[in-house]
Design a protein around this ligand. Structure first.
Ligand code: M6R
Length: 606
């Protein structure tokens, strides 16, 4: 989603703004721009497409000024053209915005009637004209923004600079995250601390409804009622090295290879590996009395939750209700007060997940969240936080965050099972040992990727690909298909293997690769029956399994050998081949692996 930055600097800021925007590229964008104020005069440069286009523009037409704002835009209202790119401005004010102004049509009609001329198709421009309107009425910038904010509906993180004010920037947040950075004689603001890492590691996160007045000497923060408030300064761990891909060609590759380490860290947070026990944090709710768990999440995080459902129901014997966050909120599901609602999110800022969290909170649920960004809104609004220790995930396609989410969910299922007595001490040790083995087994798989590269050549010629899985492997089939379509743009669908004959089998012919995720578990024979149904119709079968390929009983187009592991821990292991298949296919297809088209890393609009 859009990224915003702002700098009140002591030297020209244009290139520093571009540098900060580069660190927000991972969020996904389709145009970019910056505006500066110099000697009281506002000016901007914008460009369609990638940041290099903006850099070219700045080489041709440099922009001076010691104060400025910048933006990477992920189009919501209006096509990704230069005309719609941010910053938007009038001669008096310039604005960058992340989010959606829901009442922009009404505002636009009102302001147009009052004589304002709009030049873009965006919702953001309504904010610019609203503030200008207040300035035109004789208000000073701070009062003008305060009046404008009171009229805005929807979600926003805003950065605002003013003509005639070289030492003033206003930032505001409602629904979209915003960080203020403290420097020495300089101040910054940005969508996240990663953007500000080259400049400062001292950060203040604005709370919901906050707005802040920045000057080079410091910041004053106000809440939505206009009361002056104090928000803590924290040290950010987002180091200046975060944009480093190491020896890897893409962040996604680096993040896939980090999995043995980050899964270990996450497991160590919840397990005493030496003792073979779970060492779970207090969730503020008696796990022995949990009668139902409700899980909500989006995309890959939703698929992690689906795996969690299989684990919690099977091992802890607690019914789990799970739904995509954007659906859950609107279907008016009855909630029993006191229930445990669990939210899963890498970014902790996904608008649909956050909205569902608030819905469940209002419904009397105890809120727990599995998040990767501990300072995120979802983490802050939860009663209990279960962190994943994946570290910053830059590739848009989630990899290490997914397997760390699985690690946390696996530990949670053991913890609930122990509390309820459905798992005894011996079983706990067995399951903990199974999880402990996983980082080593993933390392083994990552040693040689040649089988994935070979398979990727076949898949890159396909128009459609199907993924099949049974039981707990079904969510992995969904995740495998999502990963493939996200970054290779090949149409892929995941199905429950047993569901194939109820419709999707009509798609099978010799041109359709069918990837079957089938560890040799208690459902293996049934998966093989489904695989043979595909073989009988000429489908090209790719088997991902620890089993001897002979057991497929038919000709395979490929066999991806997965190490033997305990059934319980298999989902963490089988996630990795799906990631590597997608990655190598995308590399062959020549797509933008880390920033695939149309996608955003953190989806902060509903
Ligand atoms: O930050 P979140 O985990 O809440 O994000 C949820 C989804 O947007 C995310 O998992 C998305 O599906 C990824 N691009 C998948 O690779």
């Amino acid at each position: 989603m859009c990224g915003i930055v702002g700098i009140l600097g002591s030297k020209p800021v244009a290139m520093d703004l571009v540098d900060a925007l580069r660190r927000l590229e991972y969020r996904g964008y389709d145009s970019a721009g910056i505006a500066t104020v110099e000697n009281g005069h506002l000016e901007r440069r914008r460009a369609e497409g990638k940041l290099r286009n903006l850099e070219h523009r700045l080489l041709e037409q440099p922009l001076s000024g010691l104060a400025g704002i910048g933006h990477t835009r992920w189009a919501t209202h209006g096509r990704p053209t230069e005309r719609n790119a941010h910053p938007h401005m009038t001669p008096r004010v310039s604005v960058v915005h992340n989010g959606i102004i829901e009442n922009y049509r009404d505002l636009k009609a009102e302001l147009s009637a009052a004589g304002h001329t709009f030049e873009s198709d965006t919702d953001t421009e309504a904010v610019v004209h609203l503030i200008t309107h207040e300035l035109d009425k004789g208000q000073q910038p701070i009062a003008a923004v305060q009046s404008a904010l009171s009229r805005l509906q929807g979600a926003f993180a805003l950065g605002i600079i003013f003509a005639g004010h070289d030492d003033l920037m206003i930032a505001a947040r409602q629904g979209s995250p915003l960080a203020i950075g403290h420097g020495t004689g300089e101040m910054y603001m940005g969508s996240d601390a990663i953007a500000l890492a080259p400049f400062t590691d001292t950060i203040t996160y604005l709370d919901e409804g906050d707005w802040a007045v920045l000057r080079r000497t410091g910041v004053d923060v106000f809440d939505r009622t206009g009361q002056s408030v104090t928000r803590p300064q924290v040290k950010s761990v987002a180091s200046a090295l975060l944009v480093d891909k190491g020896n890897h060609r893409h962040f996604m590759a680096k993040e896939i290879h980090e999995q043995p380490d980050v899964i270990s860290h996450t497991l160590a947070n919840y397990l005493d590996m030496g003792a073979g026990t779970v060492n779970f944090p207090d969730l503020g709710i008696d796990l022995a009395k949990v009668e139902r768990v409700t899980i909500s999440a989006c995309g890959t995080a939703f698929y992690a939750g689906l795996v969690g459902k299989y684990w919690i129901e099977r091992y802890a014997r607690v019914p789990v209700e799970i739904d995509i966050a954007s659906e859950f909120r609107y279907r008016e599901a009855p909630l029993q007060p006191g229930g445990l609602a669990l939210f899963i999110s890498q970014s902790g800022e996904t608008a649909d997940t956050l909205a569902t969290l608030r819905y469940c909170k209002a419904g009397g649920q105890h809120i727990a969240s599995i998040v990767n960004v501990r300072t995120s809104t979802i983490a802050r609004e939860s009663d209990a936080v279960l962190p994943t220790l994946a570290g910053p995930e830059i590739g848009v396609a989630s990899t290490k965050a997914f397997t760390c989410q699985l690690a946390a969910l696996a530990c949670l299922s053991i913890a609930i099972g122990r509390a309820r007595g459905t798992i005894d001490a011996a079983k706990e040790r067995e399951l903990v040992t199974a999880l402990t083995e996983i980082p080593r087994l993933i390392s083994t798989m990552l040693r040689d990727e040649s089988q994935f590269e070979a398979l990727a050549h076949t898949l890159s010629k396909a128009r459609d690909v199907l993924y099949l899985g049974r039981g707990i492997n079904y969510p992995l089939a969904l995740e495998g298909a999502l990963k493939l379509k996200e970054i290779s743009y090949i149409h892929a669908e995941g199905y429950a293997a047993g569901e194939l004959k109820h419709g999707p089998i009509a798609l099978i012919d010799e041109n359709v690769p069918v990837i079957v995720m089938a560890p040799e578990d208690d459902l293996f024979d049934k998966s093989i029956s489904n695989l043979q149904e595909v073989a009988a119709r000429g489908g090209q079968i790719i088997l991902i399994s620890n089993a001897d390929p002979e057991k497929a009983g038919c000709k395979l187009a490929a066999h991806i050998k997965v190490p033997d592991a305990h059934d319980f821990a298999n989902p963490l292991l089988y996630a990795v081949p799906a990631q590597l298949i997608a990655y190598h296919t995308a590399v062959i297809m020549g797509t933008d692996v880390d920033q695939p088209r149309n996608l955003a890393k953190s989806v902060t609009v509903e």
